[in-house]
Design a protein around this ligand. Sequence first.
Ligand SMILES: [Zn+2]
Length: 251
Amino acid sequence: MIDTHMHADSRSSEDFEKMYLAGIDTAITCSYYPYKIDNETILLNHLNRILEYDTKRAREYGLDLKVALGIHPTNSIENPEIIFENLYKWIEGKQIVAIGEIGLEDLTELEISIFKRQLDIADETNSKVIIHTPRKNKKEVLNEIIEIIPQHLDEKQAVIDHINPNVVDEAIKTDCMLGLTVQPQKMEKEEAIAILDEYGFDRFLLNSDISNKPSDPLSVPKTIRQLERLKFKKEDIEKISHKNAQNFFEI
Ligand SMILES: [Zn+2]
C-alpha cells in the first residue's frame, strides 16, 4: 500500500512502524510547518529536515518515505526565491517526487502568486504537484484552484487533495487526479468508499494526511481492508491501494 500524503516530521517512529506492519510500504511526506515562519531560512531548514532526516527515521522502521517539497499556502513568505532555486535543484537531483503540498488557503495575493510560480516550475521541469484544499471555504478555494491550474500546468500533472463529498462533483470535471484524505475531522473511510463506488477508482489517490492535527496513521490500510470486506473488485482495490500512485508519481 501507498499512503500518498502525510507529514512525517510531526509524527513518531512508532507511527512509522505501525504503518509498515499494517502493509504500507511507501508513503509520500509533504511540506507544512505548523508554526509561524519569519523568514525563508526557517522554511528552507524545515524542507531540508524532511529530505535528510525524516526519510532516514522512517527507513529505520521499514517505511520507504518519498518526499514532496514546496511552499504550503499557510507558509507563504515574502522572499520565496531561495526556495524556488532549491526546488529546481531537488527536482534535477531526483530527490523529490512532486512539488507539494502547495495550493491556496486564505486566497491572499501572496499565496496566489507563490502558487502560480510553483505551477510554472512544475510545468518547466515536467514535475507533478500535490495541491492542498483547505478545511474552511473549501468550495470557493477549490474553484479558484481549478481556474488557475490550466493557465499554468497540464491538469494531468496535478493531484487536488482533500476532496470530500461536498466538492467531488466540481473536482471530477477536471483532468487532475483527486486525493481522498481519511482523517478524523476531515473524512470517514465510509465517505471515501462511497465516492469510489460512485465515481470509480481510476481518478483517485488515498492518504491519511497524518500531521500535528488529530490523525490516524492506519487510515489507509483500514480503508483498503474495508473495501476488501465489502467485496469490491480486486483490480479496483489495487488501483487505490498503490497502482494509481505508482503510475502518477512514477514510483
Ligand atoms: Zn497535508
